[in-house]
Design a protein around this ligand. Structure first.
Ligand code: 0RA
Length: 647
């Protein structure tokens, strides 16, 4: 650590200080271990980590607002009106509490577990990690009528904690600038921060969270505060879909194993949108709390239907998928010692939580159904329709299977498969249009690249019922080629390819088809996205030819850059340059398509991730729901959407 001030000959580090330096060094050496990555994701985690501390203070009942600012230099300030980090000298460590919090790993400001409620923080690593990974960090505390200040550089204090005199109010202000030596990306994305802060505001009823972006000429400010908490969240997520009952079903319960809060609402749509949280952390991979919720839903709704003679003789009981069709649901639990499992550590492992959630939902939902017979009837009616549709779909599928078996081939005829079988090596390009499909087939490396051309606009899956979606030829070809099955039958291990690459034209129609495909994956094969299998190909927008040389530009800026370069800075496009704007993939010959878009050595792929399933879902819903206007707006603002996918 070059920046560590060496101890002077007289003074020696105390053992405590040496530990501090070692701890911070470890964080700087392996930042990924503490914040997941040093790319855009890790960069944003720094903010979440600091905000989580303020939210802990709010959960403990001492803080009513949190204000986040992105400054012009991409430094961040987080201010809260909590009690303020303690400044008194720690009895054994002999340094002020705040210094301890800023420099000790895992202390995270929570010295005294007993007076602290469960806390969030994806990695729970605390603010010392933010400090270690910041070029500079300043903390200001208002407490007991005085203002305190301390500044750090790469985690190391530059001075002792300073008393800056009398001050009104109370709270903590933390400002920091992420260290460009650590992070590969240092520019904050306002949308990313906004969606996370909005989520936090929904999950913490009444808490006011603001965000201000000072980078544009006209600063942007947004305030999130929801007195309705989860119930308001559900209405937000439901978007434009037609509700079957109002208000949403909502309850809160305290059990020894967990504090449980749930809101849900049925709508006339056909999708299921369930989001679960543990201590404010989005559990994308589900876990015991989700299992408990699903079991309770299926059981309670079936019980109610039977008790009230709402099932006809011919009806079987309602399946889990049936009772969740058209459901938007948010479950938030708070657990003392959460065990996070799974690939992305977003799956709750605590088995005791399952029973607690199941019992609470059984109890409260049964009461709600009894007290709201009109809503109950609508829900059962909806589930019955889903069950009947599903039965019809099953029959159609069986029929299709038999037909396939008779024809001998299982894989779709349009699929040009690759020769390798090892799915860790293979990829499939889903290509818009037969002509581009043809070029891709000729240009590909057939050993590991498969091509499936699909016709123009596949069915709009949000608006269509599952049976019709499965009846669609393009969709069936995709399901068969990918091999995983869908929804409850989904099996990631059965994937026939390691990468599913969507390749569409770089125009508005292409964007629309891409959205349709993503909607399909999001609804039917969500785990495929979660496991990082889905990508978007990036075909070039321009070809710049000069004599025998050719260059490809993937953006307007890049085109200008290239033109400037090849004209030796003159930037004169007329100077013997041949500039071609690609309107579609079909305008490239197979070699060009290979070189620009398909060759792993030179292409750029954008991985589709679920930074926030909640946000992605609401975008999809808004886009694909019955309202035409948001869709039109989307098409106009398409570039922004692609950014939201998180590269
Ligand atoms: C430890 C103890 C107490 C408050 C905090 C930490 C605290 C930490 C942060 C970090 C950001 N904002 C914060 N606000 C409070 C409670 C000390 C007491 O009993 O007064």
């Amino acid at each position: 650590m070059a920046e560590t001030p060496s101890p002077s000959s007289q003074s020696q580090y105390t053992s405590g200080q040496i530990q501090v330096l070692k701890g911070l060094e470890a964080v700087r050496k392996r930042p990924g271990m503490y914040i997941g990555s040093t790319s855009t994701r890790g960069l944003h985690h720094l903010v979440y980590e600091v905000v989580d501390n303020s939210i802990d203070e709010a959960m403990a009942g001492y803080c009513t607002r949190v204000d986040v600012t992105i400054h012009q230099d991409d430094s961040i300030t987080v201010v809260d009106d909590g009690r303020g980090i303690p400044v008194d000298i720690h009895p054994t460590e002999k340094v002020p509490g705040v210094e301890l919090a800023m420099t000790t790993l895992h202390a995270g400001g929570k010295f005294d577990k007993s007076n602290y409620k469960v806390s969030g923080g994806l990695h729970g690593v605390g603010v010392s990690v933010v400090n270690a990974l910041s070029d500079w960090l300043e903390v200001e505390i208002r407490r007991d009528g005085r203002l305190w200040h301390q500044r750090f550089h790469r985690g190391i204090k530059q001075k002792e904690l300073e008393d800056r005199g009398p001050a009104e109010g109370k709270g903590t202000r933390v400002s920091f600038k992420p260290d460009a030596e650590i992070f590969t990306e240092t520019v904050y994305n306002l949308d990313t921060l906004m969606s996370r802060l909005r989520e936090m505001a929904f999950l913490n009823r009444g808490l006011q969270i603001s965000i201000r972006d000072e980078r544009p000429k006209e600063p942007v400010e947004e305030v999130f505060q929801y007195e309705g908490g989860l119930a308001e969240y559900v209405v937000y997520l439901r978007g434009a879909r037609q509700p079957l009952h109002e208000p949403p079903f909502y309850f809160e319960a305290e059990k020894p194993e967990a504090e449980i809060e749930l809101a849900m609402q049925y709508d006339a749509g056909f999708s299921e949108n369930t989001h679960t949280f543990v201590n404010n952390i989005n559990t994308h991979e589900g876990g015991s709390h989700l299992t408990g919720l699903k079991a309770a839903l299926t059981r309670t709704i079936n019980d109610y239907a039977k008790k009230n003679n709402l099932l006809k003789k011919a009806d079987h009981s309602l399946s889990g998928d049936d009772v969740r069709e058209g459901l938007t649901c948010v479950l938030s639990v708070r657990v003392m010692e959460p065990q996070f499992e799974g690939q992305t550590k977003t799956k709750l492992g605590n088995s005791e939580v399952r029973g607690a959630v199941e019992a609470a939902v059984n109890e409260h939902l049964a009461i709600w159904l009894d007290e709201n017979p009109k809503a109950a009837k609508a829900v059962i009616e909806k589930s019955l329709q889903a069950a009947r549709a599903r039965e019809a779909a099953r029959k159609a599928r069986d029929l299709a299977r038999k037909k396939n078996a008779l024809e001998g081939g299982v894989l779709p005829g349009k699929l040009a498969d690759c020769s390798l079988n090892d799915s860790s090596m293979t990829e499939i390009f889903i290509v818009e249009g037969d002509s581009a499909g043809g070029s891709a087939k000729q240009g590909r490396d057939r050993s590991f690249q498969a091509i499936l051309p699909i016709k123009g606009k596949i069915l709009n899956v949000e608006r269509a019922r599952i049976d019709r979606v499965l009846g669609n030829e393009e969709v069936r070809a995709m399901i068969t080629a990918i091999g995983t099955g869908i929804r409850d039958d989904f099996d990631l291990d059965a994937a026939r390819y390691g990468k599913i690459i969507i390749m569409t034209d770089a125009d508005v129609d292409g964007a629309h088809i891409r959205t349709l495909l993503l909607t399909f994956f999001f609804r039917q094969m969500r785990e495929l996205i979660e496991a990082g299998y889905v990508y978007i190909a990036q075909p070039p927008l321009y070809r710049v030819g000069k004599g025998k040389q050719e260059y490809y530009a993937y953006s307007e800026d890049q085109r200008r850059e290239i033109v400037k370069r090849v004209t030796n800075g003159k930037g004169d496009e007329a100077r013997g340059l041949n500039i071609q704007r690609y309107k579609g993939l079909g305008e490239m010959n197979p070699d060009q398509l290979w070189a620009t878009t398909m060759d792993p050595a030179s292409r750029t792929l954008m991985q589709v991730t679920m930074e926030s399933a909640a946000e992605a879902d609401s975008i999809f819903s808004r886009l694909m729901g019955d309202d035409v206007e948001p869709r039109r707006q989307f098409i106009e603002k398409n570039a922004r959407y692609v950014r939201n996918l998180d590269i």
